[in-house]
Design a protein around this ligand. Structure first.
Ligand code: SF4
Length: 132
């Protein structure tokens, strides 16, 4: 299956899509159970807030050979900064309208990373900060 990946434009400066590509390559997370080999045909962004270009870009992916669209976890899961797109639901509707009902859409790519405990919460530390 050939896949076009759409990601959040706000996060492209802080994430090179490594985990998205790894999930796709190894058929993990959203791609677990996908049939056949997965081939990435392109990566683009939503076009910026509020995501009005996402449909156009999804359609562009289909013209470039994509058979499915993946919405990256930065859009729907908030990776890598725990801040999902506030327009994610509408953005997904726009993409669906642009590609039609028969094109599979992966609604995320990978699971969010497990959060590390903050130093203040770590055992043996001085505990939560008290307000003055
Ligand atoms: S519309 Fe959503 S996915 Fe696109 S740049 Fe803005 S926050 Fe990111």
């Amino acid at each position: 299956m050939k896949i076009g990946l759409i990601r959040c434009m706000q996060t492209e400066e802080m994430c090179p899509a490594t985990r998205c590509l790894d999930a796709m390559r190894r058929k993990k997370a959203a791609f677990a159970g996908a049939s056949g080999d997965l081939e990435l045909v392109g990566v683009t962004t939503c076009g910026g807030c509020p995501g009005k270009k996402a449909g156009l870009r999804a359609a562009m992916m289909l013209r470039r050979g994509a058979e499915a669209i993946a919405l990256a976890s930065c859009i729907t899961k908030g990776t890598p900064i725990d801040y999902a797109c506030p327009f994610a639901a509408r953005l997904a509707q726009v993409v669906r309208a642009a590609v039609g009902e028969d094109v599979p859409i992966f609604d995320y790519t990978h699971a969010p990373a497990k959060k590390k405990a903050s130093p203040a919460a770590a055992p043996g530390c001085c505990g939560p900060r008290l307000e003055a």
